[in-house]
Each structure stands twice: as structure tokens, then as C-alpha cells.
Design a protein around this ligand. Structure first.
Ligand code: C2E
Ligand code: CA
Ligand code: CA
Length: 510
């Protein structure tokens, strides 16, 4: 059970550290991704605007040729043929010019006299038509500009080569398409008449306000990532750096908050929590009747550490239960070999916390402890402090019943400092009251405290409970307590807490 809690806590800590490290990286990455998309969108928009501007300039030039020729429409081809050719020569983008009468081309700069009916409905807004090619150059796209006035008509054509050149030069990194009606042209000079496929990234479509054409700009799939890897490597390094810092801070903070527990877990495994024994003597004879086991932390660096400095942490982390178990095992190993020589049952007091009373494990611990001794040679006394009362539940009832059946005694420690009721004492089959040392210290000093002490003694007698007085330091205190029939005494006057081996040799000497 403790092992499970430990591993699950460790995996939570690893998860928190990883999350704290990854969160800034992921967030930063998302922000950079959005930033890259915005930059690409802006670039596509600018490219489309520039292409529109260039095409409008080229169309202005082409339209100018048609405008100059239109008044000549109707005259015979032989008369105007030269004028048609002159426009082709003078205008850089114009490839050919034609004159029409009633939507029939009757004169061409290329062929002179000619006859071909055109479908004016094919022209976008009657003005522009993108064609795959013409009879002379069937594989080179061309853009036809048409102008008409009554039956008069003039047409000038713009070479697709110039158009695709503009698309190629302006849209170096960008995909660009020039669209007129249902037809469109790409930078490779290819003519298309199927539906224009969508550009996957940052598509931007702009329409000219002066001529019926539009330009679509965008990028292929995966371009955002390509852009990020080419533009943001220093920011990526910064993100990883922040992630590492954030992960390390999380790791450090967790380590700091959990280090006492961690350290105590290590100490438990290294058996650094050792028992000290303090003698308990008969009130009358002052002969040693038993001992109280007091925990000490034999710290490799700090030396001997007092229990009040680490027991609260141990209780908080739940480690107090395995620590007490270890203490009981060490005590049994030290004292069991002497048990045959005990003339009457030797009292061994062990301090137990409420934590330890939440399940029936304590019964098992006590049984194992008792089994180590010669049967009947000891009385195991569990000391439960009055400051921390145990909640009566079905489990605690069962627990105390089974402990009672085992012959384990119960003492209320620090009696007089807490709030135990008569009902409480009965419920848990209490055998001893350990009078708190604060009352003992007031003997001969403070009359009020002496009165309280007298009342406690009176109460214990009435309840038929045995008494142990703690913290007996002076002869006066010892005499007073003996005179008041306190059954057992404990304190520096009779012996300080000492290492197990020392206690045993002192006991043997007696
Ligand atoms: P406690 O159970 O009331 O133990 C008695 C304390 O009084 C011990 O302090 C002992 O050294 C001290 N003491 C004994 N005689 C005298 C005296 O004549 N004068 C004075 N001034 N003090 C005396 P210690 O060993 O420092 O333990 C302090 C407390 O730590 C204990 O109080 C107990 O509540 C707790 N503790 C000690 N060992 C354990 C343990 O194994 N488990 C648990 N849960 N608590 C323990
Ligand atoms: Ca005690
Ligand atoms: Ca006490």
C-alpha cells in the first residue's frame, strides 16, 4: 500500500514536471504557427495586389491599341492593314490586332483579309477572353481584348508568355493564378478551363476594379511549417529554453515541498529511526517496572534528532505507521532475549498515533511483537495521546476489542491536556492514565495546578484506572505522588531516555 502511494505520487510529479516544461513550448509553438499563417496571408495578399497592378498596366497598353484602331473599323482591309501592324510593332505586349464589323473579324494584322465570326458571349463582360492558343501558336495562351461601338469592333491580343512571366516573377514563393471568366493561367504558362483548385494555405483572391479578371494567390500544403523552420529557429531555441526553465522550476518546487517526506522515507529504509528507552518505576518501591519506547532519529549529518522535530511530518505523510512498526521490531529484538528473566510482567510503552488506528494492521503488529517474547513476560501498553482523540467507528471498535483480547493495555498519554470524556475512556477499554508532566512540574509551586493534579488522581481512583506520572524530576514530586498513591513514576529522577543497549546493561546491573 505505501509503495503504491509512493509510485503514484512519483508519476504525478513526473507528469507535472513534463507538463510544466511542455506547456510553454506548445503554447509558444501555437503562437508561432498563428504568426506564420498571418505572415503568409499578408505575403499572398501583397503578391496578388502586385500582380493585379502589373496586369492592369499591360491591359492598358493593349486596350490603347484597340482604342486607336476602333475608328478605322469599316474601312477596307488593304487600307488599314498597315495601321494594324503598326500597333503590333509599337506596343510591347500586343501580339496581334484585328478589326471587326458586326462581330466578324474581317481584317487581321497577321493574315490581312480574313473572315471569322466571333462569339461575343464568350468574352468576360464582353471585353476579355483567355484562350488556349490560336491557329498560329496553338500551344501559347493569349488574352484577347475586345472593344466595340455599334457594328465597329477592334481587338488586340496580349501574348500569354508575358502574362505567365509576370506570374512567375511576382510570385517567386507564391502560387499565383490569373483568372478570366472560367479560364485561368498559371506561372508555367499552362491554360486551364476546369474549376480552379483551392490553395491550401493563406489563399487570397483579388479582383481588378478596372478589367474583368481576378488573381488568386496562396501556398501549397505544409508551407506554414516550411516558413516556420526557415524563419523561427532562434525562437524555437528560446521556446525550448523556456520549457526547460519552467520544467526545472516545477521539479525544484515539487522537490522542495516533498523533501522532508523523501528524506524520511530514505531514513526509514536505512533504519535511522531507533528506540530509546526510559525507565518507568513503581510508585512505592521505585523498582523498575517497565519502560517507555521513545523514538530518535539517528541522522547521518544532524546527529540525534528529537521526535517533536520530525514526528509531525511523519504523521502528515503517513510514514509514522511503518516507522512505529520498525521501532517495535527493534525493541522486540533488543528486549526479547531478556524476557525469560522478568519476574513479573514488564511494561513496554509504545507511542501510537491515531493514524495507526484506522485499520486492523495494528493488531497484527502487536501480535508479532508479543510473539517475540516469552508468553506472559510483558505487558504491551499502547500510549494514545489525549491531544489527538480517536474517532469511534466500527473499525476502531473492532480494533480495540481485538487488542483487548490479545492482552494489550491502553494508556491515555498527556492526560489532563485534552478533552477525553468518561465515555471515551470506557469505549476504548483504557487501563492507564499518564498524568501530563506539566501538572507534575507544578507540585510545590502552583497551588491551583496541584488542585487539578489532585482531581485527576481522584478521578483515576474513582474510575479504577492505574496512573503513571510523567516528568518526575525532584524528590519532592516523587514523594508527593507516592503519598497520593500514584502507581508508576517516570522522569529524569529515575533515568533519562537512553539507547536500548545502554538501558539493558543498566537493567542487568540492577
Ligand atoms: P511523550 O510521549 O509525552 O514522552 C515523554 C517525553 O518527556 C519524552 O520526550 C521524554 O524524553 C520526556 N521526559 C521524560 N522524563 C522527563 C523529565 O523528567 N523532564 C522532562 N522535562 N522531560 C521528560 P521526547 O522523547 O522528546 O518525546 C517527545 C514526544 O514525542 C513524546 O512525548 C511523544 O509524544 C513523541 N514521541 C516520541 N517517540 C514517539 C514514537 O515512537 N511515536 C510517536 N507517535 N510519538 C513519539
Ligand atoms: Ca508517551
Ligand atoms: Ca506524555
Amino acid at each position: 500500500m505505501p509503495l503504491k502511494t509512493k509510485t503514484s505520487k512519483r508519476s504525478t510529479k513526473i507528469a507535472v514536471t513534463l507538463l510544466s516544461g511542455l506547456l510553454p513550448i506548445v503554447l509558444g509553438f501555437v503562437i508561432l504557427h498563428m504568426q506564420a499563417e498571418r505572415a503568409l496571408k499578408q505575403s499572398a495578399q501583397q503578391t496578388a495586389e502586385e500582380a493585379i497592378r502589373q496586369f492592369e498596366l499591360m491591359l492598358d497598353n493593349t486596350a490603347q491599341a484597340a482604342r486607336e484602331l476602333l475608328p478605322l473599323a469599316g474601312q477596307s482591309c488593304s487600307e488599314i492593314n498597315l495601321a494594324l501592324r503598326e500597333q503590333v510593332t509599337r506596343r510591347p505586349f500586343v501580339r496581334s490586332t484585328n478589326l471587326l464589323w458586326d462581330d466578324v473579324i474581317y481584317c487581321s494584322s497577321l493574315f490581312g483579309d480574313y473572315h471569322e465570326k466571333i462569339a461575343s458571349g464568350d468574352y468576360s463582360q464582353g471585353q476579355l477572353l483567355l484562350m488556349k492558343g490560336n491557329p498560329v501558336t496553338p500551344d501559347t495562351a493569349l488574352l484577347v481584348y475586345r472593344l466595340s461601338k455599334g457594328k465597329q469592333g477592334a481587338m488586340s491580343t496580349l501574348d500569354g508568355y508575358h502574362l505567365s512571366n509576370v506570374l512567375r516573377l511576382i510570385g517567386r514563393q507564391t502560387l499565383l493564378a490569373l483568372q478570366i471568366g472560367p479560364n485561368w493561367l498559371t506561372a508555367d504558362g499552362k491554360f486551364h478551363d476546369e474549376a480552379l483548385p483551392a490553395f491550401k494555405v493563406a489563399e487570397s483572391k483579388l479582383t481588378s476594379s478596372r478589367y474583368p479578371f481576378s488573381v488568386t494567390a496562396g501556398f501549397p500544403k505544409g508551407e506554414t511549417w516550411v516558413y516556420m523552420t526557415s524563419q523561427y529557429p532562434p525562437l524555437f531555441s528560446l521556446l525550448i529554453f523556456f520549457g526547460m526553465i519552467s520544467g526545472s522550476i516545477a521539479h525544484f518546487l515539487q522537490k522542495r515541498t516533498s523533501s522532508p517526506t523523501h528524506e524520511m522515507q530514505r531514513a526509514l529504509e536505512a533504519v535511522e529511526f531507533v528506540p530509546y528507552f526510559q525507565a518507568v518505576v513503581h510508585g512505592e518501591t521505585k523498582a523498575v517496572s517497565g519502560l517507555e519506547v521513545l523514538m530518535r532519529w539517528n541522522h547521518p549529518k544532524e546527529g540525534l534528532v528529537r521526535p517533536d522535530l520530525f514526528i509531525p511530518f511523519a504523521e502528515h505523510s503517513g510514514l509514522i505507521v511503518p516507522m512505529t512498526r520498525s521501532l517495535m521490531q527493534q525493541t522486540a529484538t533488543l528486549l526479547a532475549p531478556l524476557s525469560a528473566s522478568f519476574k513479573e510482567p514488564f511494561h513496554i510503552g509504545i507511542n501510537i498515533t491515531a493514524n495507526h488506528c484506522q485499520d486492523l494492521e495494528l493488531v497484527k503488529d502487536c501480535r508479532e511483537f508479543l510473539d517475540a517474547f516469552v508468553p506472559g513476560s510483558i505487558h504491551l501498553v499502547l500510549e494514545l495521546t489525549e491531544r489527538e482523540l480517536i474517532e469511534p467507528t466500527t473499525i476502531t471498535h473492532q480494533l480495540f476489542e481485538q487488542l483487548h483480547d490479545l492482552g494489550v493495555k491502553i494508556a491515555i498519554d498527556d492526560f489532563g491536556t485534552g478533552h477525553s470524556s468518561l465515555g471515551y475512556l470506557r469505549q476504548f477499554n483504557v487501563d492507564y492514565l499518564k498524568i501530563d508532566q506539566s501538572f507534575v512540574a507544578m507540585i510545590g509551586i502552583d497551588t491551583l495546578s496541584s488542585h487539578i493534579l489532585d482531581s485527576i488522581i481522584e478521578l483515576a481512583v474513582k474510575l479504577d484506572l492505574a496512573m503513571v506520572a510523567e516528568g518526575v524530576e525532584t524528590q519532592e514530586q516523587s514523594d508527593y505522588l507516592s503519598a497520593h498513591n500514584v502507581n508508576f513514576l517516570q522522569g529524569y529522577l529515575f533515568g533519562r531516555p537512553m539507547p536500548g543497549a545502554e538501558f539493558i546493561s543498566a537493567l542487568s546491573a540492577h
